[in-house]
Design a protein around this ligand. Structure first.
Ligand code: S3P
Length: 171
């Protein structure tokens, strides 16, 4: 049987950033499957730590509280985690030093392409995606921060398999 190359020792953390709906969690899961590297998803871990969904955290405690949790997640990863895949929430590059966590891959898509991917259920889980107009404003405001934080910009409008291979090739 063909052995998988052990890429665990080849890279520092692989950090995925991008706007809501750009596919960070999906790509992170595929990278995890293909590489065997540990996967840490900030939204999942934050929700788990609070025993609340992300919309409930926003509703009960407000955005500032959520951003403080993201900041803690980021600091903790930077200090204590290596050789792992890190999926971030869409706001992390604005509020945290994502570069401190590792090598940063920005999944870039046009806003229209993001919109086409998100169904009503997915919008419900995203308190900052209130409507198309305000989300587009946020997208435009954030683009520069994503680009500045990125070591690599990846065309997110490709298949999961292609994006995953591209990132694995860059690690
Ligand atoms: C946010 C994006 C969400 C989540 C929270 C805030 C943002 O994650 O962290 O709702 O500020 O863009 P996704 O990017 O996975 O949707």
């Amino acid at each position: 049987m063909q052995k998988r190359e052990n890429i665990l020792l080849r890279f520092t953390n692989c950090v995925l950033i991008g706007f809501m709906g750009s596919g960070k969690s999906t790509i992170a899961r595929e990278l995890h499957k293909q590489s065997g590297a540990l996967l840490l998803d900030s939204d999942l871990l934050i929700a788990f730590s609070q025993n609340l969904s992300i919309p409930m955290i926003f509703e009960q405690y407000g955005e500032k509280y959520f951003r403080d949790l993201e900041e803690k997640f980021c600091t903790n990863i930077a200090k204590n985690v290596q050789n792992s895949i890190i999926a971030t929430g869409g706001g992390m590059p604005i509020f945290c030093d994502v570069k401190s966590m590792g090598r940063v891959f920005f999944l870039h898509l046009e806003f229209e392409d993001i919109l086409a991917r998100l169904d009503a259920k997915e919008l419900e889980n995203r308190p900052l995606f209130k409507n198309k107009e305000s989300a587009f404003m946020l997208y435009k405001e954030r683009l520069e921060a994503y680009q500045k934080s990125a070591d690599y910009t990846i065309n997110g409008n490709q298949s999961v398999a292609v994006i995953t291979q591209e990132i694995l090739g860059l690690l």
